[in-house]
Design a protein around this ligand. Structure first.
Ligand code: DC
Length: 265
Protein backbone atom coordinates (compact mmCIF):
# COMPACT_ATOMS: atom_id res chain seq x y z
CA UNK A 1 0.00 0.00 0.00
CA UNK A 2 1.44 3.39 -0.89
CA UNK A 3 0.79 6.19 1.57
CA UNK A 4 1.55 9.85 1.18
CA UNK A 5 5.24 9.87 2.27
CA UNK A 6 4.96 12.99 4.44
CA UNK A 7 2.71 11.17 6.91
CA UNK A 8 5.05 8.22 7.45
CA UNK A 9 7.55 8.04 10.32
CA UNK A 10 11.24 7.51 9.70
CA UNK A 11 14.06 6.53 12.06
CA UNK A 12 17.34 7.41 10.33
CA UNK A 13 20.45 5.52 11.44
CA UNK A 14 23.68 6.74 9.87
CA UNK A 15 27.22 5.70 10.59
CA UNK A 16 30.49 4.35 9.20
CA UNK A 17 31.13 0.93 7.67
CA UNK A 18 31.02 -2.09 9.98
CA UNK A 19 29.56 -0.08 12.87
CA UNK A 20 26.76 -2.62 13.24
CA UNK A 21 24.10 -0.15 12.13
CA UNK A 22 22.58 -2.60 9.64
CA UNK A 23 21.99 -5.25 12.28
CA UNK A 24 20.70 -2.73 14.79
CA UNK A 25 18.44 -0.99 12.25
CA UNK A 26 16.98 -4.29 11.11
CA UNK A 27 16.23 -5.40 14.67
CA UNK A 28 14.67 -2.05 15.56
CA UNK A 29 12.48 -2.27 12.44
CA UNK A 30 11.37 -5.75 13.44
CA UNK A 31 10.52 -4.67 16.98
CA UNK A 32 8.50 -1.70 15.75
CA UNK A 33 6.89 -3.53 12.83
CA UNK A 34 8.41 -0.92 10.50
CA UNK A 35 9.88 -1.37 7.02
CA UNK A 36 13.66 -1.45 6.68
CA UNK A 37 15.87 0.29 4.11
CA UNK A 38 19.46 -0.90 3.66
CA UNK A 39 20.61 2.01 1.50
CA UNK A 40 24.16 0.62 1.32
CA UNK A 41 22.77 -2.40 -0.52
CA UNK A 42 21.36 -0.04 -3.16
CA UNK A 43 24.80 1.55 -3.70
CA UNK A 44 26.37 -1.91 -3.77
CA UNK A 45 23.79 -3.10 -6.30
CA UNK A 46 24.48 -0.04 -8.47
CA UNK A 47 28.22 -0.77 -8.41
CA UNK A 48 27.54 -4.39 -9.31
CA UNK A 49 25.14 -3.43 -12.11
CA UNK A 50 27.68 -0.95 -13.50
CA UNK A 51 30.38 -3.63 -13.55
CA UNK A 52 27.98 -6.06 -15.22
CA UNK A 53 27.33 -3.41 -17.85
CA UNK A 54 31.07 -3.40 -18.58
CA UNK A 55 31.89 -0.07 -16.94
CA UNK A 56 35.39 0.12 -15.46
CA UNK A 57 34.99 1.51 -11.95
CA UNK A 58 38.71 2.29 -11.77
CA UNK A 59 37.68 5.24 -13.94
CA UNK A 60 34.46 5.94 -12.05
CA UNK A 61 34.64 9.76 -12.10
CA UNK A 62 35.14 9.78 -15.88
CA UNK A 63 32.10 7.51 -16.29
CA UNK A 64 29.81 9.34 -13.87
CA UNK A 65 26.88 9.81 -16.28
CA UNK A 66 27.05 6.23 -17.57
CA UNK A 67 27.12 4.79 -14.04
CA UNK A 68 24.26 7.05 -13.00
CA UNK A 69 22.21 5.86 -15.98
CA UNK A 70 22.76 2.22 -15.02
CA UNK A 71 21.97 2.99 -11.36
CA UNK A 72 18.76 4.77 -12.29
CA UNK A 73 17.57 2.02 -14.62
CA UNK A 74 18.58 -1.08 -12.66
CA UNK A 75 15.78 -3.47 -11.80
CA UNK A 76 16.32 -4.03 -8.08
CA UNK A 77 13.98 -5.75 -5.64
CA UNK A 78 14.25 -6.80 -2.00
CA UNK A 79 12.05 -9.82 -1.42
CA UNK A 80 11.95 -12.38 1.41
CA UNK A 81 15.48 -11.58 2.55
CA UNK A 82 16.83 -11.81 -1.02
CA UNK A 83 18.30 -9.01 -3.11
CA UNK A 84 17.23 -9.47 -6.72
CA UNK A 85 18.94 -7.61 -9.55
CA UNK A 86 17.14 -8.25 -12.84
CA UNK A 87 15.49 -11.21 -11.05
CA UNK A 88 18.83 -12.79 -10.06
CA UNK A 89 19.75 -13.20 -6.39
CA UNK A 90 22.94 -11.17 -5.93
CA UNK A 91 22.94 -10.99 -2.12
CA UNK A 92 26.21 -12.84 -1.59
CA UNK A 93 28.05 -10.87 -4.31
CA UNK A 94 26.89 -7.58 -2.81
CA UNK A 95 28.11 -8.45 0.66
CA UNK A 96 31.78 -8.83 -0.32
CA UNK A 97 34.41 -6.31 0.79
CA UNK A 98 35.29 -5.69 -2.88
CA UNK A 99 31.72 -4.68 -3.70
CA UNK A 100 31.68 -2.37 -0.64
CA UNK A 101 34.82 -0.65 -1.94
CA UNK A 102 33.34 -0.17 -5.42
CA UNK A 103 30.10 1.11 -3.90
CA UNK A 104 32.04 3.65 -1.88
CA UNK A 105 33.69 4.92 -5.08
CA UNK A 106 30.51 5.38 -7.08
CA UNK A 107 28.75 6.84 -4.01
CA UNK A 108 31.08 9.84 -4.25
CA UNK A 109 29.57 10.81 -7.62
CA UNK A 110 26.72 13.35 -7.37
CA UNK A 111 24.87 12.08 -10.47
CA UNK A 112 24.81 8.56 -9.03
CA UNK A 113 23.43 9.81 -5.70
CA UNK A 114 20.77 11.83 -7.52
CA UNK A 115 19.79 8.79 -9.59
CA UNK A 116 19.25 6.72 -6.42
CA UNK A 117 17.44 9.31 -4.31
CA UNK A 118 13.81 8.65 -5.17
CA UNK A 119 14.36 4.89 -5.12
CA UNK A 120 15.32 5.25 -1.43
CA UNK A 121 12.46 7.61 -0.60
CA UNK A 122 10.00 5.10 -2.05
CA UNK A 123 10.70 2.86 0.96
CA UNK A 124 8.85 5.34 3.14
CA UNK A 125 5.64 3.42 3.59
CA UNK A 126 3.19 2.92 6.45
CA UNK A 127 3.43 2.18 9.29
CA UNK A 128 7.03 3.48 9.30
CA UNK A 129 10.59 3.02 8.16
CA UNK A 130 13.98 2.42 9.74
CA UNK A 131 16.63 3.50 7.23
CA UNK A 132 20.36 2.92 7.53
CA UNK A 133 23.18 4.52 5.56
CA UNK A 134 25.37 7.60 5.48
CA UNK A 135 22.96 10.39 4.52
CA UNK A 136 19.58 9.12 5.73
CA UNK A 137 19.16 12.01 8.18
CA UNK A 138 20.87 14.67 6.10
CA UNK A 139 19.59 14.18 2.54
CA UNK A 140 17.16 11.32 2.03
CA UNK A 141 14.90 11.84 5.07
CA UNK A 142 15.89 15.20 6.59
CA UNK A 143 12.53 15.31 8.42
CA UNK A 144 13.06 11.95 10.15
CA UNK A 145 11.43 11.76 13.59
CA UNK A 146 14.58 10.29 15.15
CA UNK A 147 18.15 10.54 13.85
CA UNK A 148 20.90 8.35 15.25
CA UNK A 149 24.62 8.46 14.48
CA UNK A 150 25.76 4.94 15.25
CA UNK A 151 29.49 4.38 15.41
CA UNK A 152 32.36 2.54 17.09
CA UNK A 153 36.13 3.03 17.08
CA UNK A 154 37.77 1.97 13.81
CA UNK A 155 39.81 -0.77 15.51
CA UNK A 156 36.73 -2.21 17.17
CA UNK A 157 34.89 -2.17 13.84
CA UNK A 158 37.84 -3.86 12.12
CA UNK A 159 37.94 -6.52 14.84
CA UNK A 160 34.22 -7.26 14.45
CA UNK A 161 34.42 -7.37 10.66
CA UNK A 162 37.53 -9.60 10.67
CA UNK A 163 35.79 -12.07 13.00
CA UNK A 164 32.71 -12.03 10.75
CA UNK A 165 34.83 -12.71 7.66
CA UNK A 166 36.74 -15.46 9.44
CA UNK A 167 33.48 -17.10 10.51
CA UNK A 168 32.08 -16.85 6.99
CA UNK A 169 35.25 -18.41 5.55
CA UNK A 170 34.97 -21.44 7.85
CA UNK A 171 31.32 -21.80 8.71
CA UNK A 172 31.92 -25.33 9.99
CA UNK A 173 34.61 -24.25 12.45
CA UNK A 174 35.15 -20.51 12.71
CA UNK A 175 37.41 -20.94 15.74
CA UNK A 176 40.03 -22.66 13.57
CA UNK A 177 40.84 -19.36 11.94
CA UNK A 178 40.84 -17.37 15.12
CA UNK A 179 42.54 -19.89 17.39
CA UNK A 180 46.11 -19.38 18.64
CA UNK A 181 47.67 -21.64 16.03
CA UNK A 182 46.20 -19.43 13.35
CA UNK A 183 46.66 -16.11 15.05
CA UNK A 184 48.89 -15.01 12.15
CA UNK A 185 45.91 -15.38 9.81
CA UNK A 186 43.50 -13.40 11.91
CA UNK A 187 46.15 -10.73 12.55
CA UNK A 188 46.74 -10.36 8.82
CA UNK A 189 43.00 -10.28 8.16
CA UNK A 190 42.51 -7.68 10.90
CA UNK A 191 45.31 -5.51 9.45
CA UNK A 192 43.84 -5.71 5.93
CA UNK A 193 40.32 -4.93 7.16
CA UNK A 194 41.61 -2.03 9.26
CA UNK A 195 43.36 -0.48 6.23
CA UNK A 196 40.28 -0.95 4.12
CA UNK A 197 37.93 0.58 6.71
CA UNK A 198 40.22 3.58 7.18
CA UNK A 199 40.24 4.17 3.41
CA UNK A 200 36.45 3.86 3.22
CA UNK A 201 35.91 6.13 6.25
CA UNK A 202 38.12 8.70 4.58
CA UNK A 203 36.33 8.45 1.22
CA UNK A 204 32.81 8.41 2.73
CA UNK A 205 33.43 11.34 5.06
CA UNK A 206 35.60 13.56 2.88
CA UNK A 207 33.53 13.49 -0.31
CA UNK A 208 31.95 16.72 -1.46
CA UNK A 209 28.41 15.40 -1.74
CA UNK A 210 26.42 14.00 1.23
CA UNK A 211 29.51 13.14 3.32
CA UNK A 212 29.19 10.93 6.37
CA UNK A 213 29.04 13.15 9.45
CA UNK A 214 27.15 13.36 12.71
CA UNK A 215 24.34 15.86 12.28
CA UNK A 216 23.59 18.36 15.01
CA UNK A 217 20.12 16.88 15.44
CA UNK A 218 21.35 13.25 15.55
CA UNK A 219 21.86 11.32 18.79
CA UNK A 220 25.26 9.69 19.15
CA UNK A 221 25.32 5.97 19.84
CA UNK A 222 28.88 4.67 20.30
CA UNK A 223 28.58 0.88 20.36
CA UNK A 224 32.24 0.25 21.26
CA UNK A 225 31.40 -1.26 24.66
CA UNK A 226 27.84 -2.33 23.84
CA UNK A 227 26.23 -5.56 22.70
CA UNK A 228 23.85 -5.47 19.74
CA UNK A 229 20.93 -5.96 22.14
CA UNK A 230 22.03 -2.96 24.22
CA UNK A 231 22.31 -0.80 21.09
CA UNK A 232 18.84 -1.89 19.95
CA UNK A 233 17.42 -1.13 23.40
CA UNK A 234 18.92 2.37 23.29
CA UNK A 235 17.36 3.17 19.91
CA UNK A 236 13.99 1.82 21.11
CA UNK A 237 14.27 3.93 24.27
CA UNK A 238 14.93 7.05 22.18
CA UNK A 239 11.99 6.15 19.96
CA UNK A 240 9.72 5.93 23.03
CA UNK A 241 11.10 9.25 24.24
CA UNK A 242 10.24 10.90 20.93
CA UNK A 243 6.81 9.31 21.03
CA UNK A 244 6.10 10.47 24.57
CA UNK A 245 7.39 13.96 23.75
CA UNK A 246 4.82 14.07 21.00
CA UNK A 247 2.10 12.73 23.26
CA UNK A 248 2.82 15.34 25.97
CA UNK A 249 2.90 18.28 23.64
CA UNK A 250 0.01 16.87 21.66
CA UNK A 251 2.21 17.49 18.69
CA UNK A 252 5.09 15.78 16.94
CA UNK A 253 8.59 17.01 17.76
CA UNK A 254 9.43 20.47 16.44
CA UNK A 255 5.70 20.92 15.99
CA UNK A 256 6.19 19.38 12.58
CA UNK A 257 3.49 16.82 11.76
CA UNK A 258 5.78 15.26 9.15
CA UNK A 259 7.97 13.87 11.95
CA UNK A 260 5.32 11.98 13.86
CA UNK A 261 6.15 8.62 15.40
CA UNK A 262 2.81 7.18 16.37
CA UNK A 263 3.23 3.47 15.80
CA UNK A 264 5.13 0.68 17.47
CA UNK A 265 4.38 -2.22 19.75
O1 DC B 1 26.63 0.50 4.37
P1 DC B 1 27.45 -0.21 3.31
O2 DC B 1 28.82 -0.61 3.77
O3 DC B 1 26.71 -1.36 2.72
O4 DC B 1 27.66 0.86 2.13
C1 DC B 1 28.49 0.62 1.03
C2 DC B 1 29.02 1.94 0.52
O5 DC B 1 27.95 2.70 -0.06
C3 DC B 1 29.64 2.84 1.57
O6 DC B 1 31.06 2.70 1.63
C4 DC B 1 29.27 4.23 1.16
C5 DC B 1 28.07 4.07 0.27
N1 DC B 1 26.82 4.56 0.87
C6 DC B 1 26.55 5.89 0.78
O7 DC B 1 27.37 6.65 0.27
N2 DC B 1 25.38 6.39 1.24
C7 DC B 1 24.48 5.59 1.82
N3 DC B 1 23.34 6.10 2.27
C8 DC B 1 24.77 4.21 1.98
C9 DC B 1 25.96 3.72 1.49
Amino acid sequence: MHVNPVTVDVIAIDGPSASGKGTVAQMVAERLGFHYLDSGAIYRAAAHAAQQAGLDLENAPALEQEIAAVAGAMELRFADGLILLANRDVGSQLRTEGCGREASKIAALPAVRAALLQRQRDFRQAPGLVADGRDMGSVVFPDAALKVFLTAGVEERARRRALQLAAAARPDDPKRLIGKENSGNIDALFAAVLDDLRARDERDSKRAVAPLAQLRDARLLDTSGLSIQQAVQQVLAWTREVQSGEAQSGNPQNGNPQNAISHGR
